[in-house]
Design a protein around this ligand. Sequence first.
Ligand code: GDP
Length: 323
Amino acid sequence: MKKALVTGVTGQDGSYLSEFLLKRGYKVFALRRRTSMPIYVNVEHIKDQLEWIDGDLTDLASLIRAVQIADPDEIYNLAAQSFVGTSWNQPFATGEMTGLGVTNMLEAIRLIKPNARFYQASTSEMFGKVAEVPQRETTPFYPRSPYSAAKLYGHWMTINYRESFSMFACSGILFNHESPRRGLEFVTRKITNGVAKIKLGLQNELRLGNLDSKRDWGFAGDYVKAMWLMLQQDQPDDYVISTGETHSVREFVETAFSYVGLNWKSYVVQDERFMRPAEVDLLLGDCSKAEKKLGWKKSVDFRALVHMMVDHDLERLQVNEPV
Ligand code: GDP
C-alpha cells in the first residue's frame, strides 16, 4: 500500500486530492493545524479514513515528526495562507507559511526521507503582471502580491532542492481552480453564493471589486489528478495546469446570474474595499506540456463550472447546510 502525506487537507484541493488518493488505495496521512473551531466541512465524509498528524508548516520539528510517522512515498504540500486579499493585511505571516513553510517541508524530507516524491502547489499568480500571453512554464515571473512573492520563493526552493540534492520534487503551476468547496472569500464562490442567496430572497445585493480582471478558471477536481500524475513520471519536472480559456469576473457574474434567470446589473455593486493595491489583470495558461507528457486534460468547462457551483449553493442554502 502506497503512503502519502498531504498538507492542507481541509482546504478545497486537499479534500479532492485525499479522496482521489484513497480511491487509489493509498494510506493518507493528513497534517492538521490546531484551530479552536473544527474545520472539517470539506472532509467530513472521509475524515475517519485519514490518519491525522498534528503539525504546522512553520514548525520544522513538527514536520520532521510527521515525515517520521507517515514514512510517505509521496508528499503533497497544499497548505498555505492562500488568499491574495489577506496577504496584503498579513504579509509577514503569509511569507512564513506560504514561503518559508515550503523550505521547512523540503528540509524535513531531506533529513528523514530524501527519496520521497514531493509536490509543491505553485500558482499562476506568480506570473502576475504577465510578460506574455498565454503563460507557460518558460514565461518569466512578476509576482504582484505578498502571496505570490511567497509562492515564488517556494517554487524556486523546490527547484533548488531538486537540482542540489537530486530530490524528486515537482512544482505544479496551477491556474485558478474552483469548485463548490472553494472558500467563500474567493470571487467565484462569493459570486455563486451571492447569486443563490439573491435568488432565494436572502440577500439583495452583491458587493464586488474589479470586474475587469480575467482568469483561467478550471475545476479543482480535475486539477488534483494532475498533481498525482506529476509524481508518477520517471523524472521530476514543473508543469502548467490550466484550461486555455480566459474569462473576466464580469463574465462569471453574467453567467451565474443568467443561469438563475436574473440580470446581474440590478444586484452587483462595486465596492472599493474589494479592490487590490496591485492587480493581476489577465491570466491565461498554455498547458500543452502537461497534455503531452502527463496525458492530462480538463473535463469541466467554464459554463459547467459556474453552473455546478450555483447549483451547489442553491441546494446548500435550501437545506441549511454549513459552507
Ligand atoms: P486570485 O486570482 O487568487 O486573487 O483569486 P480571487 O478569486 O481572490 O480573485 C480573482 C480576481 O477577482 C482578482 O482579480 C480580484 O481582484 C477580482 N475580484 C473582484 N471582486 C472581488 C471580490 O469581491 N473578492 C475577491 N476575492 N476578488 C474579487
